[in-house]
Write a protein that binds this ligand. Sequence first.
Ligand SMILES: *Cc1c(COP(=O)(O)O)cnc(C)c1O
Length: 421
Amino acid sequence: MKGSEKKTRPKTNDSLPSPFSRRPSGGFETFAEELRCLEQRNLLRDLPLTESCRGSKILINGQEFLNFSSNDYLGLSGHPRIMEAAVRAVNKYGFGSGGSRLLSGTHAPHRRLEERIAEFKKTEAALVFNTGYAANTGIIPAVAGKEAEIFSDELNHASIIDGVRLSGAGVNIYRHKDMNHLEDLLREKSKCRAAARRLIVTDTVFSMDGDIAPLEDIVMLSRRYDALLMIDDAHATGVIGKTGRGGLEHFGIRPEHVIQMGTLGKAAGCFGAFVAGGKDLIRLLINRARSFMYSTSLPPAVCEACIMAIDIIDSDSGDLRKRLWENRQRLYNGLSQLGFDTLESETPIIPVMAGDAENALEIGKHLYRNKIFAPAVRPPTVPEGRCRIRFSVTAAHSDDEIDGVADVMGRIRRGLKRGIA
Ligand SMILES: *Cc1c(COP(=O)(O)O)cnc(C)c1O
C-alpha cells in the first residue's frame, strides 16, 4: 500500500503530507459549518461519559460494557495501596501544589518521585512533567533547537509531532521502523550539516499499531551518526522488559546516552510523566523546557500515588504482567485466526484494520451493540484509509471475556463478507 510512494516521499516539514503538515482550517465561515463537514466525512467525535470503570468492565451512558480501550494494563488505577497513598497525601499536603516547580510548587513528594523514577530507570536523575503531552512538547524543543535536525518515525505519537513542530528544527521523517531510510537521512544530514545537533526520537511501543521500535538498531545508528536518542516509553513502562522497566530493559540496552521519557497514566494507573537520564540533561530541562517551567506542578498526592505505583510495579507486578501477556496472546490468536489484519502488533495493543472511517465506525457499532467497548480510530489519529478498531488488553480480562470478543468479531467478519457492513 505504501510501496509506490516510497521513493518520492518528501523529507522536510514544508512539503510533508499528514501528519506533519498543518491542515488549513478550510475557510469555514462558522464553527457549525466546520462541524457539519467533519460529520459528513465520518470524522466527528463525541465524548463518551464513563460512569465507572472497574477491572474489565466500564459503565458508559448507563450501560455496562467490556472495556477493551483501557491503558490501565495492570489494573493499578484502582489498587488499594495507591488509593491510600493518595488519600494520606491529601490529608498531609492538601490538594493543589500552589505553584510551578521553579516557584513554590516543588514539594517533598515531587523530589521523592524523581528519585524513585531515577532508581527504577537506573539513571542519574529524572524529572517529572504534568503529562506525557507536556513532556514531549517540552523536552524536544529544549534539547533540539532551530539549528538541530530531528529524525522522527512517521508513526510517532501526536505529542512528539507537536514537540518537533515547536522546536523549529529541521524535520526528517523516516518510514515506520525503516532503518535504511533512517540511515539515509542521517548520512545526508551529517554530510551537509556536520556541526548541527541531531536527535532521533521514537515511540518504543507504537500507540496505534502496537509494534515495538527496533531500539538496538536505532541505538547503533545514533552512535554511528553522533545523534542524541530519545524514546517514548508511554506504552512500555510497566508493560515490556522482564521487570517492567520499559524499552531499554526489553532489549538489554544500557541507559547511558538515552533520553527516556515515560508516562504514569497508563500501566502505572496514575497521572503524569517523566524523563529519566543524565544529571546535565535534567538540569538543562529545568531551565529550558517551557511546559515544565510555566505550568503549575502536579498535586503532591498525585506524586505519592505514582511513587506507590512504581513500588508496586518494581516489586509486585510479575504475576500481573504474566497475566497481561497471556491475555494479549489469547486475543491476538483469536483475531488473527479469524483472518483480520492486525498489522505487526506484538504488544497488548492490537489493531484490527478496517479501511475507511465508515467501515471502522460500522464495526465499532457492532461491538457496541454486543457490549464491547473498543472504539474506531480515525484520522487525524491514524492516516487516511488506515482506520481501525484498536483493542487494548489488560491483566483484568478473563479468558471468557477475551473469547467472547473473538466470537463477536467472527460474526462481524462473516457479516462483512455478506456485505452488511
Ligand atoms: C499517551 C501517550 C502520550 C501522552 O501521555 P499523557 O500523559 O496521556 O499526556 C505520549 N506518548 C505516547 C506514545 C502515548 O501513548
